[in-house]
Design a binder for this molecule. Structure first.
Ligand code: PLP
Length: 420
């Protein structure tokens, strides 16, 4: 059976044939690819093809697919028991490692996904401050909990409007939405509503409208404005964390969030999420404090083993410079082709993260990202897929160069792109 046949079969029993919507290829058209196995930078498909993978399971696979040491750690943990719902030494060690690598997190609580981490972070911020409202940024994705599924509100000073059916307006009325990189908008909201705002939540480097970097002063300004208003600053580092260094982005740039959320890389491909912050704030969580959070599989030993080994390898091998060099090689190649051929295209890149934006002008927020040519992105996606490369099947995502990629993979990508 090939991908098309599997997809037809799956659609009868799974809504849309997928367990997460973007996998349906709605953004690029065509039939989704079914993956069979992966090793290093490559995956094998049910169509008998081999692809060089620049999606990396949407970010967790910074060491590439099925890295030997990680698989070994997982196998060992699994053989010792898949879940206990009780305490293990490994989860204490993992929390020690996380808090040592991210010093602003004096304490950390493990959950099973990024969504869950953010959900808990927001509840914690509300419980800690005794305030109800939050500010998020248009184009930043923080998982699929009700109050964070908010598109741009009609005005900055009104509550947001949900981008999903089934979300109670009551949930999103308490969420203000500001354009990314617009510190003035946040200051305005805080000026009018400061004593009601529990938290401002942001992806320090945005990855869910394509790769959009914070402009100089933006994150520093958020830090200062929230501190002044008595609101908490939440850095959602589910994508950013451990991506550019063996720590958070916030720690790297010396801007300390009150609460940090992590996911993806820290589970090395297994389901995990984490919320961390100062002992004072984290002590608001049950059983120490009144903010409830729990999970049957929280701190799951197999996920912890995968995460632990992944972070140890990142700490010890530090593949970050290599990923930066490869990422730059790729972006330079894309930008050279765009210039030579006069294409409306430029490639944003930071470390191993990159997004080819199909417009010439820089992208600094969601409106800019939406102004890109999505048809051109779809044509690029399918051209690359047909020639052996898997990139995120959406123009609003970030792609990843992993530690398992090589110069040869990058150069092949560029050679293929040149034929577009
Ligand atoms: N936060 C950010 C910044 C994300 O990119 C994502 C997922 O892509 C999430 C939270 C949600 O994480 P998960 O998909 O593990 O629930």
């Amino acid at each position: 059976m090939n991908s098309a046949q599997w997809f037809e079969r799956a659609q009868k029993v799974i809504p849309g044939g997928v367990n997460s919507p973007v996998r349906a290829f709605n953004g690029v058209g065509g039939t989704p690819v079914y993956f069979k196995s992966g090793k290093g930078a490559k995956v094998q498909t049910e169509d008998g093809t081999e692809l060089i993978d620049f999606c990396g399971s949407w970010g967790p696979l910074i060491l590439g697919h099925a890295r030997g040491e990680v698989v070994e750690a997982v196998s060992k943990a699994a053989a010792d028991g898949l879940s206990f719902g009780a305490n293990t030494a490994a989860e204490a060690e993992f929390a020690e490692l996380l808090t040592s690598l991210v010093p602003e997190m004096e304490m950390v609580r493990l959950v099973s996904s990024g969504t869950e981490a953010v959900m808990t972070a927001v509840r914690l911020a509300r419980g800690y401050t005794g305030r109800r409202k939050i500010i998020k940024f248009d184009g930043c994705y923080h998982g699929h909990s009700d109050y964070l599924l908010v598109a741009s509100g009609s005005g900055l000073l009104t509550g947001g409007i949900s981008s999903s059916a089934g979300v109670s307006p009551a949930a999103t009325e308490e969420v203000f939405v500001a354009p990314y990189n617009d510190l003035g908008a946040v200051q305005e909201i805080l000026k009018a509503n400061g004593d009601e705002i529990a938290a401002v939540i942001v992806e320090p480097i945005a990855g869910n409208m394509g790769l959009v970097e914070p402009e100089p002063g933006f994150l520093e300004g958020l830090r200062a404005a929230t501190a002044e208003a008595g609101s908490l600053l939440i850095f959602d580092e589910v994508i950013n964390g451990f991506r550019l260094a063996p720590t958070t982005f916030g720690h790297t740039v010396g801007i300390e969030a009150d609460i940090t959320t992590l996911g993806k890389i820290i589970g090395g491909g297994m389901p995990i999420g984490a919320i961390g912050g100062s002992t004072k704030i984290m002590s608001t969580l049950a059983p120490l404090g009144p903010v409830y959070q729990a999970g049957t599989l929280s701190g799951n030993p197999v996920a912890v083993a995968a995460g632990m080994k992944t972070l140890e390898l990142l700490r010890d091998e530090s593949p970050y410079l290599k990923m930066e060099i490869l990422g730059k090689r790729l972006a330079d190649g894309v930008n050279r082709i765009a210039a030579e051929k006069g294409l409306d295209l430029h490639c944003a890149q930071r470390g191993g993260m990159f997004t080819p934006f199909f417009r010439k002008a820089a992208v600094r927020n969601l409106d800019d990202s939406k102004a890109c040519d999505q048809k051109a992105h779809a044509a690029y996606f399918h051209h690359m897929l047909d020639h052996g490369f898997y990139t995120p099947p959406s123009g609003f995502e970030v792609a990843f160069v992993s530690a398992a990629h090589t110069e040869e993979h990058i150069d092949r990508f560029i050679t293929e792109l040149e034929k577009i």
